[in-house]
Every structure is written in C-alpha cells, then in structure tokens.
Design a binder for this molecule. Structure first.
Ligand SMILES: [Zn+2]
Length: 468
C-alpha cells in the first residue's frame, strides 16, 4: 500500500471510529415531517437488576439508539414504598462502571431520578386525601428547602460519578409540585420529564418532555404519529425494569429480545429520529410550557367515555403533539365533555325533580331524609368508585348524574315547601283584603279570596297539583 493510500485508509478509519462514538440516529433536525422518539429508562440504582440492565444497555449500544437513564443516586435500602426512615444505598462502583461505559460511548444521557425514590406520602397539605388514596411521591408536598437539598446533592453525586453534566430531571412516580419547578429552574436544569398531569408554570424556561407510552405501545404510537398530520410529533417511551419478565416482577410481560426487535425496527425507519431528552431539549424547537399546557390532557382522557373516544383518531394519548394540534384537540375534547356532562346532569336533574314532586308530596318525611341522604349517597358512591385512585369515565359519569340528581331532589323539596307556604301567606293576605274589600266591593273580594283558600285547603291535606 502506497503512503497516499495508507493515509487515506487511516483517514477513513478515523472517521468511522469517530462516527461510531455517536448514535447514528441522533442526527440533525429532520427536514419535513418526521417522528421524534425518546427512550427513557427509569429506576437505575444500586438495587435495580444489574443483569437485565446490562442486556438493555447492550441492546441500545448495538443499534446505536440514544437512551436517557433516570438514575437514583441514593436509593432507599429497604423499600421505596415505606415512608419510615431508611438508610440510603448510594450508587455503587459496579453500577457506576456499567453505566459509565455507555455514557462514554455516547449512547446514554444520565438524568436525575429523585434522590432516594422513597415515598414521602403523609407529608403536606393533602395528607388526609393521601391517607385515603396513598399517592406515592418523593417531592410533591415536601418543603422547598428539602427538595432543593435533595436535588443539589443527587446531581453533584451523579456529575462526580459520570463526569458529565446532568440537566434532566425525572421525578419518581412522575409526581412533583410547583416548588420543584422553581427549584429546577434555580439550579439550572434544562428539561423535566414527568407525566401529563403535573402543575405548570407558564413562564418556566424548562423544556417539558412528558412520558407518552410504554415499550409495548411504541409501534402504535409511531403509526398514530404518521397518520395524525401533526408537523412535529414526539413519542416519549417510558421503560422500567419491572416491564421485563427477566426482572422477576409480577408485572413483567416483555423479554429483552422484544426490545431488540423494537430497536431494530426503529433503526430501519427513515422518518424517525431518536434523541435523548437532553438532545430533544436542544434540537426540538417547541418544547416549552405552552406545548405542555395544551398536551396536559391526562385527566380529560381519563373521564372521556369510551364511545366518545372513538370520535378521536386513535392513540392520540401516546403522542406529545405540537402546539397547534394539541390546542385543537384539547379544545374539542373539553367542549364535547362539557356538553355531554351538562346534558347528563340536566337529564338527571329533570328526572329526579319529577320523581321528587310525586313522591315527596305523598310522604312528607321522605323529603328531609332524601335531601340529606342524596349528597351522602353521592359521596359514598364516589368513594367506592375512586378506590383504585383513578377517576374512570364511569365514575365521572356517576358524579355528574349524582350532582344532577341532588339538584333535582333539592329543587323538588324547596318547591313543595314553597308551594305549601306560599298559598298560606297568600290566603292570609287575601283574607285581610276580603275584610276591607267587603266594605267597598264584595263581589270582587269573594272571587279573589275563595280560590287561594281552596288551594290552601287542598295542600294542607297533602293533595298535590302538578306544576304547570
Ligand atoms: Zn422511578
């Protein structure tokens, strides 16, 4: 080989070596329409399954697909669901070495996933609610100072361990409050990836990339993104070790070879680019608070009846839509739900009003019992419906019907009471007029006094005249 050829070959080899250090999919902005996919692996800690995580990282490395890993620097040593004091288990050397290699390869972005991931339920103003429905969280309701201390300490640990900047935060259980947003802003974080129901600060400089689907739903999400007509849809895939059978968890349904199939398929799609959360925060132009606000539809979808969901293109819930598409969708969904809820409440109120006017006029004791029992029954039914901590469409519909029913019952009670009182007052007034009127115009006073008295007499016997 001539020196010239040798230098050419060396140049090609060095370019290949350089290129291989960066994920092939993390390219520049797609021109025209394309789907951005972000993979987020949570719960990497000293206690997470190392063997499984090794296979997962190998798969992402093999297909050169970027991955954001949410690392718990000081995992609670016993159980993250136990709020009592526990010794923290700092990320150990073996886990640092394993993830560190993937960071060096340019495959993995390290994100801060809480501090200990230990639940703090029972803290804060909503203690009573959580006592009934214990919602796990590490940050929501915790004092701002403690939140700031946890975040600063966890970030310093990760940046020291992996020699890289950490500016993405993933709150445990996707749960946070407004104080956490301020804390992240003050400490210079760039991106937050949680769920689609958290609080929002409209002026926040943070980039929001909420999780939109799990690994099993990624193909459907991509096909929905393609058929949606959205100019820049984003899919954020949340992965947990417990998703996999190999982790030994009861929920695990996937095997790592299924992940490999998905990565191979993703890599072969020319209209998909895969980015880490940090890369997306830098390269996707519109990830601000406005987009998050209009995509915050988790609660609306939860209460949308199934027949109504068919009015919307499928899998919209698995996409992080661009601002205008998300705005149109949320407005349409809100309007339809408001109309449906209002109609159901009015119908329920009309039926119970009619029934109340019939039943209560016959049995007076039933009035008081029903007026008090209706709201109590409503609360009891709602508690029963909300036992799994989620407001389902059935529960939402039941709440609307109960509210309308209560309104109908109370209206019928007040109407009957008013109807009983009104004629009595009118009768007294008419009686007075009759005395004076007898002096001036007896003919007129007779005709005015007889009817109210007769009506009062009928009502006092419990006889009811249907309303006109
Ligand atoms: Zn977690």
């Amino acid at each position: 080989m001539s020196p010239c050829n040798a230098s050419r070959a060396a140049l090609v080899l060095s370019l290949v070596a350089c290129a291989s250090r960066w994920p092939v999919m993390a390219g520049p902005m797609l021109s025209g329409r394309g789907v951005t996919v972000v993979f987020r692996l949570d719960d990497y800690s000293s206690r997470s399954p190392t063997g499984l995580e090794t296979r997962l990282l190998d798969a992402f490395r093999r297909y050169r697909v970027p991955l954001t890993v949410g690392v718990v620097p000081f995992i609670a040593s016993r159980s993250v669901y136990d709020p009592s004091p526990q010794k923290p288990a700092a990320l150990n050397a073996a886990k640092i070495a394993l993830l560190g290699m993937a960071v060096e390869d340019g495959i993995v972005e390290v994100a801060l996933h809480g501090s200990s991931h230990q639940t703090a339920r029972g803290v804060g103003w909503d203690r009573l609610v959580r006592g009934r429905w214990p919602t796990d969280t590490e940050f929501r309701g915790v004092s701002p100072d403690l939140q700031a201390e946890k975040i600063a300490r966890g970030r310093a640990f990760l940046e020291g361990a992996f020699h890289t900047r950490v500016d993405t935060f993933i709150p445990p259980w996707n749960s946070y409050d407004r104080n956490l947003l301020h804390c992240l802003e003050n400490q210079g974080f760039r991106a937050l990836s949680a769920g689609r129901w958290g609080p929002l600060d409209a002026s926040s400089p943070l980039r929001f990339l909420p999780g939109t689907c799990d690994l099993a739903g990624v193909r459907d999400a991509v096909s929905a993104a393609r058929s949606e007509g959205d100019p820049a849809p984003v899919v954020v895939v949340m992965i947990h070790p417990s998703d996999f059978r190999e982790a030994g968890g009861a929920d695990g349904a996937l095997e790592t070879r299924e992940l490999e199939k998905i990565l191979a398929w993703i890599s072969s799609q020319r209209d998909i680019r895969v980015l880490s959360i940090h890369q997306a925060a830098e390269r996707v132009s519109d990830l601000g608070a406005s987009r998050f606000f209009w995509n915050r539809t988790a609660f609306l979808w939860e209460i949308t009846p199934r027949f109504m969901q068919r009015l919307f293109p499928r899998a919209e819930r698995s996409l992080y839509l661009s601002l205008w598409t998300a705005r149109a969708l949320k407005l349409r969904l809100s309007l339809l739900l408001a109309l449906f809820g209002f109609g159901a409440a009015v119908l329920s109120a009309a039926l119970t009003l009619r029934a109340g006017m019939v039943l209560f006029s016959r049995t007076r004791g039933l009035r008081l019992v029903s007026a008090l029992a209706a709201p109590l029954l409503g609360v009891w039914v709602l508690l029963a419906l909300l036992q799994d901590r989620a407001l389902r469409p059935e529960a939402a519909l039941a709440a609307v019907l109960l509210a309308g029913g209560c309104a109908g019952i109370w209206t019928s009670v007040f109407r009957l009471r008013g109807g009983a009182r009104g004629p009595a007052v009118a009768a007294r007034a008419a009686g007075g007029r009759g005395v004076h009127g007898a002096r001036s115009s007896p003919g007129i006073s007779d005709s005015r006094t007889r009817q109210p008295i007769g009506s009062e007499a009928r009502r006092s016997t419990g006889e009811w005249n249907p309303p006109e």
